[in-house]
Design a protein around this ligand. Structure first.
Ligand SMILES: Nc1nc2c(c(=O)[nH]1)N[C@H]1C(S)=C(S)[C@@H](COP(=O)(O)O)O[C@H]1N2
Ligand SMILES: [Mo]
Length: 326
């Protein structure tokens, strides 16, 4: 059994750029410590997570192959596709913990059967099961850049269908202005991070303006790397919004509601001054705690390593989406 070792350099670099989840815990943690008068010598946050077996990781990625076409408009970008074994063990999925190393815990997600309720201000409210979705909406592969607000990035070959196809199927009424997307949540299965204080605003929810959802690029993924979506990536269906930071792409979607008012969202509720609703990738707008001008692009294996690249406005997708924000 080969153990995966995360290189030291990765850990160091990550410390210099604390992810929002760790930051949030630390801030609350410090507040609590100060509150009860314990010294700051107690700072055991973050350990680097457990080592895991490479075979178990491979098993988590051995999934049914999908039938799909390759969309020629999104068949490549200016950098290589990230290796599957790297993408599959470096995730954000707060329901399963506050570290990147959640892939094993995420295998507890029950994905079969799965239902997605589409409701609200629509003419044809529908509850789909996953097979209905795969049959009704022709599947295509799109290779998209992916940029997390924490400044790491990947390139991922998603398989799924454009969100506008769902809009056409359910026919929103003229009163629908926003859309709320809700992730799976069950406190027994998705306990959240081990260390946190106070309540977290579960379930994970995200939102888009209806015009954003109708944009050519907005995508529902049911697959990745030619097969069904791995649990750690948000099986069996998730949002992919390539011009926005990764947190806008809610995983493991169970409900989609067309509504009149802007919905509250998970990260915006937790840390409103850091994670705004719009969250378009923008190198000229620093995060309050770090620059967004460059990113750490993860492509090669077998160990985690990255290249520093410039971050592009709208993550390189301005020609498709800039007009939405004019
Ligand atoms: N339900 C849910 N969706 C989520 C998250 C989460 O914690 N819970 N994390 C978000 C963040 S911050 C990122 S960067 C991406 C990560 O997707 P990946 O692990 O497939 O790369 O998922 C997003 N969707
Ligand atoms: Mo993220």
């Amino acid at each position: 059994m080969t153990l995966i070792r995360i290189p030291q350099s990765w850990e160091i670099s990550e410390n210099s750029m604390t992810p929002p989840d760790v930051y949030f815990k630390r801030r609350r943690f410090l507040k609590t410590l100060i509150g009860v008068g314990i010294g700051s010598s107690l700072m055991p946050l973050n350990g680097c997570g457990k080592s895991s077996s490479e075979t178990a990781l491979e098993d988590s990625l051995k999934l049914s192959k999908l039938t799909f076409t390759k969309n020629p408009a999104f068949s490549q970008v200016d950098r290589p596709v990230t290796q599957e074994m790297l993408a599959g063990k470096y995730n954000n999925f707060y329901e399963f913990g506050g570290t990147k190393n959640i892939w094993l815990k995420a295998q507890n997600l029950p994905t079969d059967p799965w239902k997605v309720e589409v409701t609200g201000l629509v003419k044809n409210p529908t509850t789909y099961d996953l097979d209905d979705i795969k049959k009704k909406f022709p599947l295509e592969e799109r290779i998209y850049r992916f940029r997390c607000v924490e400044a790491w990035s990947m390139v991922l070959p998603w398989i799924g269908f454009p969100m506008k196809a769902l809009i056409a199927a359910v026919e929103p009424t003229s009163a629908a202005k926003f859309v709320r997307f809700t992730s799976f949540y069950d406190a027994d299965i998705t306990p959240g991070p081990a260390i946190h204080f106070g309540s977290l605003p579960w379930p994970y929810e995200e939102g888009l303006r209806l015009e954003e959802m109708a944009n050519e690029l907005a995508f529902f993924a049911v697959g990745l790397y030619g097969h069904d979506l791995p649990k750690q990536h948000g099986a069996p269906i998730r949002m992919v919004i390539p011009w926005k930071y990764g947190f806008k792409g809610a995983k493991s979607i169970v409900k989609i509601e067309f509504i009149a008012e802007k919905p509250a969202t998970y990260w915006n509720t937790l840390v409103p001054n850091e994670y705004d609703f719009e969250a378009n990738v923008n190198p000229n707008k620093p995060h309050p705690r770090w620059s967004q001008a460059t990113e750490k692009f993860i492509s090669q294996g077998p160990g985690l390593s990255w290249e520093i690249k410039e971050t592009l406005p709208f993550n390189g997708y301005g020609e498709y989406v800039a007009s939405l924000y004019a």
